[in-house]
Design a protein around this ligand. Structure first.
Ligand code: NAP
Length: 436
């Protein structure tokens, strides 16, 4: 059985793991267009959440299994086509995540100083594609739109002092810019109320530990109770979020130099400014049956930078059936076509934490096993033999697992303690560190 997994983030590697348990002799090629594996573990999880990144050790074991290969720096759609993958492998699983920022869809969103969270997070995490984002952090006020964990990450990273970031793996270029910024007011803005916010309590509570930052919450805005419309399994989390927000609202003490203002019931309707953002226009909302209903009341918030953390979309790949409306691969519970599946965020959109992918991978692999039992593949596919020939013919510089380990070691070696690593952030640097 020859398997190709496209994307070496959590969904791809948990799928590889589950497949190797199902079929101990399976040969798995894991492709990634970056020379580095682990997807969002490297490029998405906040740099100050090192304990969450420790999952990379388990993924390292997955990629070290005999019969599994990592083929970094190989892009499907550029170096190999979808048709070539299908011709070479019995099973193809796409696990490319969702790396495109969902657009705000409001006037002015293309002004200078407005960024999507995928780009902004990619910038401070050293994703080669976003390394040159060069965000404007020269003003005093910055707004983050969205009430999810990504919005919390962005606000927290911007609010931390360099000392608080010292044991993170934030890239040097980003630490320098954040350290030199003179931001005073950060706004975290949700279009619905505090009950509907999709924060998780641990991440929300972390805001309260920031050294140089007050958390400003209007007590009246967080007086709501969790209603019967909230699904039973989410009640505790929502109640805990409310408790934390109320504890922020009740805080007293000497003012700190920076403030995070948490605002609710404000839907963005326009980005203001001529060439660069100067403010945001919001419409106040009330939540009716879980939905944000506009009230007709509008207000302006002057800001120098705006970051939209409102969700991600998957980008299409040439030839792979795509659901334009949902921004993900067209699939039926993971099945795209016979022998082709989707896993993780490119299957069901951006939701869940790293561990969610483990459960999802188990479900998907069970489905694959059932499909293959009902319709056994014809067999006779050449697998990596054919693919290696094509890659060699096209002069693709494949970064295998041993080469990634050289990058890994070089990044760790050049970091100044207590920093765990200093990432290489361009393709050239990464390939140089990969060696021959
Ligand atoms: P999310 O939890 O879905 O949050 C997206 C936010 O954007 C919601 O508040 C949503 O509001 C809002 N939004 C969407 N469209 C909007 C619009 N047009 N205008 C204004 N607001 C809009 O997604 P996320 O924060 O991107 O996170 C993605 C996944 O990664 C989540 O499962 C998250 O838990 C996970 N994650 C986890 C961690 C962690 O565990 N530390 C860290 C980062 C991310 P509505 O609710 O009203 O739609």
């Amino acid at each position: 059985m020859h398997v190709a997994i496209v994307g070496s983030g959590p969904s791809g590697l948990y799928t590889a793991d589950a497949l190797a348990r199902l079929w101990p002799d399976v040969e798995i090629d894991v492709f990634d267009r970056l020379p580095t594996p682990y997807g969002l573990v490297r490029g998405g999880i906040a740099p100050d959440h090192q304990s969450t990144k420790a999952v990379a050790r388990a993924f390292e074991r997955t990629l070290s299994r005999s019969g599994t290969r990592f083929l970094g720096n190989v892009e499907i759609g550029r170096d190999l086509s979808y048709e070539e993958l299908k011709a070479a492998y019995d099973l193809v699983v796409f696990s490319i995540g969702a790396e495109i920022d969902r657009p705000l869809g409001i006037p002015g969103e293309h002004l200078r100083g407005v960024y999507g969270a995928a780009a902004f997070v990619g910038w401070y995490n050293g994703h080669p594609r976003h390394r040159d984002l060069d965000p404007l952090l020269d003003g005093k006020a910055l707004a983050v739109i969205g009430n999810g964990n990504v919005a919390l990450d962005v606000v927290r990273v911007l609010a931390k002092t360099l000392a608080e970031l010292a044991d993170s793996d934030i890239c040097a270029h980003a630490a320098e810019r954040i350290g030199a910024a003179h931001l005073r007011d950060l706004y975290l803005i949700g279009r619905r109320g505090p009950v509907e916010a999709s924060f998780t309590p641990i991440e929300l509570a972390e805001l309260g530990e920031l050294q140089r930052c007050d958390i400003i919450v209007d007590p009246a805005a967080v007086s709501a109770e969790v209603g019967p419309e909230v699904p039973e399994k989410e009640v505790k989390v929502r109640q805990r979020n409310l408790e934390i927000l109320r504890s922020f609202a009740a805080r007293v003490g000497d003012p700190k130099p920076m403030r995070v203002h948490i605002l609710f019931n404000a839907a963005p309707v326009a980005v203001l400014g001529e060439e660069r953002v100067t403010g945001l226009m919001f419409e106040r909302t009330r939540v009716v049956e879980g939905r944000a209903e506009p009230t007709g009341e509008r207000f302006e918030l002057p800001v120098d930078t705006a970051i939209a953390a409102i969700g991600y979309l998957t980008g299409p790949l040439p030839g792979v059936p795509f659901d334009e409306k949902r921004g993900r691969f067209a699939n039926d519970e993971g099945a795209i076509e016979p022998g082709v599946y989707a896993a993780g965020w490119c299957k069901h959109g951006p939701r869940g934490v790293v561990g969610t992918n483990r459960t999802d991978a188990g479900v998907l692999v069970k489905r694959i096993a059932e499909d293959f039992a009902a319709n056994p593949p014809a067999g006779g596919k050449p697998g990596s033999r054919e693919i290696d020939l094509l890659l060699r013919k096209r002069n693709v510089r494949v970064v295998e697992f041993a080469a990634w380990k050289r990058i890994d070691a070089a990044e760790i070696a050049r970091a100044l303690p207590p920093k765990p690593r200093e990432k290489f952030v361009t393709a050239e640097e990464l390939l140089a560190a990969a060696g021959d």
